[in-house]
Design a protein around this ligand. Structure first.
Ligand SMILES: O=C(O)CCC(=O)C(=O)O
Ligand SMILES: [Fe+2]
Length: 374
């Protein structure tokens, strides 16, 4: 039992004016996956294998650099742009340290970009001297994934009974806000005396990333090694197998709320096994544009060739309400940037951004508080 694997090539290659029967089937499969698991893997996505293998190569080279060189690119130097190196165990989930280090990257905004200086906007920190080709490799990958995210958005729009370009227009214009985290998970080595004494096992940190849901719209993740698990009401914690060339996609909390609970944002985590090799993964957070209105979608009654979207049962509506009480948000309203601002305020306590009363406490995932303004 595992999350669905969907070949999206029929949708990508279909005539825009009139979808082929296979493309309609792909849209329906995406709908089924988002309304049940909230997670799926995609194949047939047209992203060049070279772009992906370059990402893998340079990420490995980056993590192999001496610690001082990585620390010189510390995420705190990048301020609210939230780009740079996050040291091992620099973050926690629900108070517990995550056994991973990361490099956070995003589209490279020049200093005159209108949103430079705002959360998740600004310049990257790449090791340009040690790895001069890394910058181009990562930025090429990001471009490709943004395109993929836009195509998936069109498919979601159709799956929800809306015009193909509707969600792209309302949610992603002029440009989506995005960030990718390149992660290297590893279990700290246990010394032999601790190994001999099984009562010490509890000291080993097997939490790669603790149970959580993602916060925004859509996550598109590349994983090289197993370890990711998804929670299903019917099946408990289910491992997500590594499929070569596939991307793992999942619905975020805000996407769930904006679809009135049709698409589900579900808990997931990474569990590490002591003695297993380091695990690399690249979650890409594809989010709404800065000013996108956070309004619940008015979804038409089931219509069109696929007779979607389906009505929720009373039980499903109640389940959705329960899911939402567990998320970061109290309610929906305002614009996307206000949610982002709340989220980063915890990490950047002296960031002066207008408050947004409808939202609740921001994330408590970060183990370090990063002062701004040097
Ligand atoms: O690394 C993974 O497989 C999952 C990462 C994740 O869930 C996250 O960063 O939100
Ligand atoms: Fe996640």
């Amino acid at each position: 039992m595992s999350i669905p694997v969907i070949d999206i090539s029929p949708f990508l290659s279909s005539d825009r004016a009139k979808l082929s029967p296979e493309a309609l089937q792909t849209v329906e499969s995406l709908y089924d996956a988002c309304t049940t698991w909230g997670f799926f893997q995609i194949t047939g996505h047209n992203i060049s294998p070279t772009v992906v293998s370059d990402l893998e190569t340079y990420t490995k080279d980056f993590f192999a650099l001496p610690l001082e060189e990585k620390l010189a690119l510390h995420v705190r130097n990048g301020g609210v742009a939230w780009r740079g190196y996050m040291p091992f165990e620099g973050e926690r989930t629900h108070g517990k340290l995550d056994a991973k280090e990361g490099l956070y990257v995003g589209p490279d905004h020049p200093s005159d970009h209108p949103l430079t200086g705002m959360p998740l906007h600004g310049a990257n920190q790449f090791p340009d001297t040690a790895l001069p080709l890394m910058r181009h490799a990562i930025l090429s990958y990001l471009d490709a994934i943004v395109d993929l995210g836009k195509s998936l958005t069109d498919a979601f729009s159709l799956a929800l009974g809306l015009e193909r370009e509707k969600l792209r227009d309302v949610w992603l214009t002029p440009e989506p806000v995005s960030i990718m985290r390149c992660f290297r998970y590893s279990v700290p080595e246990v010394n032999s005396s601790a190994e001999a004494n099984s009562t010490n096992d509890a000291k080993v940190n097997e939490q790669g990333i603790g149970e959580h849901t993602d916060f925004g719209y859509l996550t598109i993740l590349k994983q090289e090694t197993e370890g990711l698990q998804v929670y299903s009401k019917d099946h408990g914690w289910v491992p997500v197998p590594v499929i070569k060339d596939a991307f793992v996609c999942n619905v975020g909390d805000m996407f769930d709320m904006l679809t009135n609970g049709r698409f589900k944002s579900v808990p997931h985590r990474v569990v590490l096994r002591p003695g297993s090799p380091a695990r690399l993964s690249w979650p890409f957070f594809f989010d709404f544009s800065w000013n996108a209105p956070m309004r619940r979608l008015h979804l038409p009654h089931p219509h069109g060739e696929l007779n979607l979207p389906q009505e929720l049962t009373e039980e499903e509506k109640e389940e959705a309400r329960v899911r939402w009480t567990g998320t970061t948000f109290k309610d929906v309203g305002g614009e996307w940037w206000q949610y982002l601002a709340k989220k980063v305020m915890k990490v950047f306590p002296d960031l002066k951004l207008p408050d947004f009363e409808n939202n609740v406490a921001p994330s408590s995932r970060f183990a370090i508080a990063v002062p701004t303004g040097n």
